[in-house]
Structures are given as structure tokens and as C-alpha cells.
Design a protein around this ligand. Structure first.
Ligand SMILES: [Zn+2]
Ligand SMILES: [Zn+2]
Length: 277
């Protein structure tokens, strides 16, 4: 694979190469490098530049733009999206995507992580608010903060990493507005929890790049969907849980069914909609 020899570009201005680089070196023996590419043009977490597309499309756009701008055909990018957990809304939730593009062979390989291992949180505050619990929960000051006004969401400060910086930002903020939005800074270099997730995701992606299609030998052969329904142990009726993983090639139409990663071949009756409605 020529990207192993020529190296892969990492489209980031938030130091993600620090965790991605060693993983690609370890598994592919491949160098990574960074360009001066302003990924914020595609949207920022604090909303000064709105994100016009979904995170997965932005992720691919970043990698493709970086490759086109530099003329280097192999590039990586990652993108995160944060909010409340879809089922347990009191928990924070992160979705991270990472993509590898090879413009020479027209290959796009995605990997994704969904996790509650994030400090993502926001808090509306006024001048009398007690923010100590919030600061502990979001692991400040090891993890950075942002402060914005309530009306226009003007950013007063981001990358706040000390109590002194926070006091100054709060002082400036309350001169502009009576209500402020304090939030976790989700940029990778400000957020060690996010950096850990990006490291895990880069391992997932590099393993997928190394996984070759049995038919055409293209890199990126892996899980693309699910199929079938696991049956209930007791009544043998189908459940809503999928029975198989579908692995597919990113280049040709080859695909195959594989057993579930967790090894399950049926479900416990307590999860069955017939035995335990
Ligand atoms: Zn193939
Ligand atoms: Zn059943």
C-alpha cells in the first residue's frame, strides 16, 4: 500500500496527531504528518461558525479538503458530536467518527465510537451561581472550559485551563450579560477524555485499514451493518436484536455474514417481547 511508504496526512489543528501518529506507526509502520489546515472553517463546537452538515459528512470533507489542498492523496480526519445520552438523558454521550481517504484509489474507510466516557456538560449561570460541583464533574482544570454570553452566544473565552483564567473570563462575561453559558471545551487538545476516545478510535480505524477484502484485496473490509433476528431461548420467536454482522468491502460488492462480536446466538426471555411483554 503506497500510503504506508508515503505517509498519511492528519487534518487537525487540535493536536490529534499526538495520539493518532503512534497508533499508525505501531500497526501500519506508517508515518503521519499535519498541515496548516484550518478545520474550524467547517464549523466549531461553540457555534461561531455553524455546522451545516452532519458530523460524518464534515469528517469526510475535512479529510478530502486537506488531501486536495496539499496534493497528498492519503488523509485522516475525525469529528465528534456531543449531547445527552439518547436513552439515559442524565448521562453525557459522545459519538466520534474517524475517516481515512485515499483519493488515488477512491477509497473511504470510516470507523465510529459511541460512548458515555465524556465530560460533556453545559451550565447556565448567573453571578450568584455555585459552580464548584460543575467544575468537579467536568474535571476542571485538567479539562478546559468555554464561556459564552446567553443572547448572542458570543465566545468570551475558550481553552480556559486555570482558576485565574476562569475568574477573569467570568468577570468579563458578567460585564456583557447577566446570564452566561459555561461549557466543556470539546476540542481534543483541551479535553484528555476526548483524546482517549480518539486514540481508541484510531486503533479501530487502523485495524480496519489492515483488514483486506477477500475478493479484491481492498483495505477497509469490515462491519457495515447487521442482519436477521436473534430468537428467544424459551419461545423461539424472533427478537429485535440482530443475529449477525454483515461485513462489506468499500470497493467491490463483496459481503459476508459473520457471527456477532459478543458471541450471542439467542436472547434471554427477560428481553423477549412475547415472554416478557
Ligand atoms: Zn472488495
Ligand atoms: Zn420468548
Amino acid at each position: 500500500m503506497s500510503y504506508v511508504k508515503k505517509g498519511i496526512l492528519v487534518a487537525t489543528k487540535h493536536q490529534k496527531e499526538q495520539v493518532i501518529g503512534p497508533i499508525f506507526k505501531k500497526y501500519l509502520g506508517c508515518e503521519t504528518f499535519v498541515t496548516e489546515f484550518d478545520t474550524d472553517k467547517l464549523g466549531t463546537f461553540t457555534g461561531e461558525i455553524p455546522r451545516l452538515k452532519d458530523a460524518m459528512s464534515i469528517c469526510k470533507d475535512k479529510a478530502v479538503m486537506a488531501a486536495q489542498l496539499t496534493g497528498h492523496p492519503y488523509a485522516l480526519a475525525s469529528e465528534g458530536s456531543f449531547g445527552p445520552h439518547p436513552i439515559m438523558p442524565f448521562l453525557p454521550y459522545a459519538q466520534e467518527w474517524m475517516v481515512f481517504v485515499d483519493l488515488e484509489s477512491d477509497i473511504t474507510i470510516f470507523e465510529e465510537i459511541k460512548t458515555s466516557e465524556t465530560n460533556y456538560q453545559t451550565k447556565w449561570i448567573d453571578v450568584d451561581s455555585d459552580i464548584n460541583d460543575f467544575l468537579n464533574q467536568v474535571k476542571f482544570p485538567s479539562h478546559g472550559l468555554c464561556l459564552q454570553t446567553s443572547c448572542l452566544k458570543t465566545v468570551i473565552a475558550k481553552g480556559i485551563q486555570s482558576h485565574q483564567q476562569l475568574q477573569e473570563a467570568l468577570k468579563n462575561g458578567f460585564e456583557l450579560d447577566t446570564r452566561l453559558l459555561l461549557s466543556t471545551d470539546m476540542r481534543a487538545m483541551m479535553n484528555p477524555s476526548r483524546m482517549n476516545v480518539i486514540e481508541k478510535l484510531s486503533e479501530q480505524l487502523v485495524l480496519r485499514i489492515k483488514s483486506l477484502c477477500p475478493q479484491c484485496q481492498s483495505p477497509g473490509f469490515g462491519r457495515a451493518g447487521v442482519a436477521g433476528h436473534l430468537a428467544c431461548q424459551q419461545c423461539h420467536m424472533p427478537s429485535e436484536f440482530p443475529a449477525l454482522e454483515v461485513w462489506a468491502c468499500v470497493q467491490c460488492d463483496y459481503q459476508e455474514n459473520r457471527p456477532r462480536k459478543d458471541g450471542k446466538v439467542n436472547i434471554d426471555p427477560q428481553y423477549c417481547q412475547f415472554c416478557n411483554p
